[in-house]
Design a binder for this molecule. Sequence first.
Ligand code: SAH
Length: 257
Amino acid sequence: MDLSNIRVVLVRPTHPGNVGAAARAMKNMGLRQYCLVSPSGFQHAEAHARAAGADDVLDGARVFASLEQALAGSRLVVGTSARPRSIVWPSLDPRAAAAKIVEESLQGEVALVFGAERTGLTNEQLDHCHYTVSIPADPEFSSLNLACAVQVMAYEIWCAASQFVPSVSPVSMESGPGTRLASSEELERFYAHLEEVLVQIRFLDPANPRKLMRRLMRLFNRSRPDDNEINILRGILTAVQQSQRGIFDKTRRESQN
Ligand code: SAH
């Protein structure tokens, strides 16, 4: 099965050895699309030593300045976390996540995101994810080495792809016929527009936007809107802005009279 729509994204990896070992883990499991967000020294000898034959995947890695750029074009984003954070983000176990990743990769780009060695993914980085996944481990010592975590997830993806039976309908249950799920850039633009309007109508305090925006992003990420639905929502926001402007102009005219 073709796994080329599945990208592995490492956010700010600090050890070149891990970057190399993750490339090897990917290649073992048929994954090739490697994205690195601000890595420290990935063209390091240690990275190549640990890639051990997966230099093509390592050399083919695309480097981005931000996570948003690395996610561009992806319809599904899954973040990994050593600690279960299911209270805040919908979570899947590794097997279910791999099945979903494989299924959705038939329809478009999918990203599996890993955090930095010391800090993991921040809440702001997890905001971009539709789901989180934690590899079950001893609760007293649940944080795996970064490249080992890549290996476990890549293996699950390999297994899911080998067992994959396409469903009767090629269209995902979450989007209707003739539509496609909104991409991460479309969602980001919608969130920016939503935040702008919520500030304009004074529903949101610009000094403290994060909590409300996080809840709203979670809501929309959970519902997986398609491109038509995002267009409708953006249209509503634009109409709100136009009517706000109308009210503003009217009050200004009245105060001038
Ligand atoms: N202290 C950090 C650990 C970071 S480990 C934390 O608590 O999140 C570096 C990365 O490896 C994590 O961001 C995650 O992408 C991956 N990772 C490590 N252990 C994992 C686990 N048990 N399940 C899923 N991903 C894991």
